[in-house]
Design a binder for this molecule. Structure first.
Ligand code: FES
Ligand SMILES: [Fe+2]
Length: 370
């Protein structure tokens, strides 16, 4: 196990003049993930769904934020609210699946809450001393809507939402994500730490070596990365010299990686969201949701087929290399490495945010056992 002092020495921000990776221990030690759940996943804006999933009063969407089961509901006043999906009686679920109902009713003993999270009735509790339903309320999460998507935060003090997503809407114009509709979801479970997958996404350095097909579509030389406080933005013109292999059309490929675990991959008429969720310290669930401007048109249906097939190939290539990297990190042979400042500034940026989050945790004494 890493000592607190050794860990602290690795958490100083890495200077671009001497940029090095996070230490392998942060990808190998199971205790680190518990800290990350609290300080990162439960204190940042997490994408949990699309407003089309909760259009009508009573609609309920179940999800998880960090380790917290969550339910998002549209109440009778048509406002979206997010609550811990954890009953105040004995921690049962107040919603088990996506549903529509006038109330949130716990499936364990039937305690029933309004769509505003207030306990309304509790069977057979009348004779229980010192008990009144008005004392119990489901804890609420912060919630924001943006471009048709729903984000929640379980903590009290995330970075301001506008700052996290600063200028993305303007930059992708004339694309408007809220005009796109959900088409399908693909899921993958990968045997690596979630940060291995993030690091890999954050650089185009591996493109020529890992993705020969994708490399033909994109212009590697003009592939560039811009950094903002809370995201990195990679972009590339779509190459029209790709001998007809580019079925995405002309324009620009926008790749946003928003701290800590969200990617928005935007191409003309198409959005793919990637959500990266740790299952344990060396197992990660990746969710790809696809949205298109007009998913039912004949032309888009063909694009969807090609897009899915192509993304699968790229994803398999990424999975294979990420799982091998995890073996290297586990081996004891590697501690930390140097980053390429022409191609890996996005990795440095992400890893410095991780360093900052973990330093905050140490200051907040969450790492006292180290
Ligand atoms: S745990 Fe919810 S009613 Fe008992
Ligand atoms: Fe890749």
């Amino acid at each position: 196990m890493t000592t607190k002092n050794t860990l602290l020495s690795h958490l100083r921000p890495a200077d671009p003049k001497d940029a090095h990776t996070l230490p392998a221990s942060l990808y190998v030690d199971p205790d680190i993930l518990n800290i990350e759940y609290e300080t990162i996943f439960e204190n940042t804006w997490q994408l949990i769904g699309h407003i089309d999933q909760v259009k009508n009063p009573g609609d309920q969407l179940v999800c998880q934020v960090g380790k917290i089961p969550v339910v998002v509901v549209r109440n009778q006043e048509k406002t979206l609210k997010a609550f811990h999906n954890v009953c105040r009686h004995r921690a049962g679920p107040v919603a088990i699946e996506n549903n529509n109902s006038k109330v949130l009713r716990c499936r364990y003993h039937g305690w029933t809450y309004t769509l505003d999270g207030q306990l309304k009735s509790a069977p057979e509790m009348n004779s229980t001393p010192n008990f009144e339903v008005c004392q119990f309320h489901l804890p609420q999460l912060l919630l924001r809507e943006w471009q048709g998507f729903i984000f929640v935060c379980a903590g009290d003090s995330p970075a301001p939402f506008e700052q996290v997503f600063a200028s993305i809407s303007e930059n992708i114009q004339p694309i408007d994500l809220s005009e796109m509709s959900f088409s399908h979801r693909d899921e993958y479970v990968i045997e690596c730490n979630w940060k291995v997958y993030m690091d890999n996404y954050l650089e185009g350095y591996h493109l020529p070596h890992v993705h020969p097909g994708l490399n033909k579509l994109l212009d590697y030389r003009s592939y560039d990365t811009l950094l903002q406080p809370w995201y990195s933005y990679q972009f590339s013109p779509l190459d029209d010299n790709s001998n007809g292999e580019n079925f995405y059309g002309e324009g620009k490929a926008h790749y946003y990686c928003i701290y800590p675990n969200l990617m928005l991959n935007i191409l003309p008429g198409r959005l793919q969201t990637n959500i990266i969720l740790p299952l344990d310290h060396q197992k990660t669930r990746i969710i790809f949701d696809y949205y298109y401007s007009d998913p039912s048109s004949k032309q888009t249906k063909q694009l969807i087929e090609q897009d899915r097939e192509f993304s699968d190939v790229v994803q398999d290539e990424d999975i294979a290399i990420c799982e091998k990297v995890q073996l290297g990190l586990n081996s004891g042979s590697y501690h930390t490495g140097r980053l390429c400042m022409k191609r890996e500034t996005g990795v440095l940026h992400f890893q410095n945010l991780i360093r900052q989050s973990l330093r905050d945790a140490i200051e907040g004494e969450q790492l006292k056992d180290y």
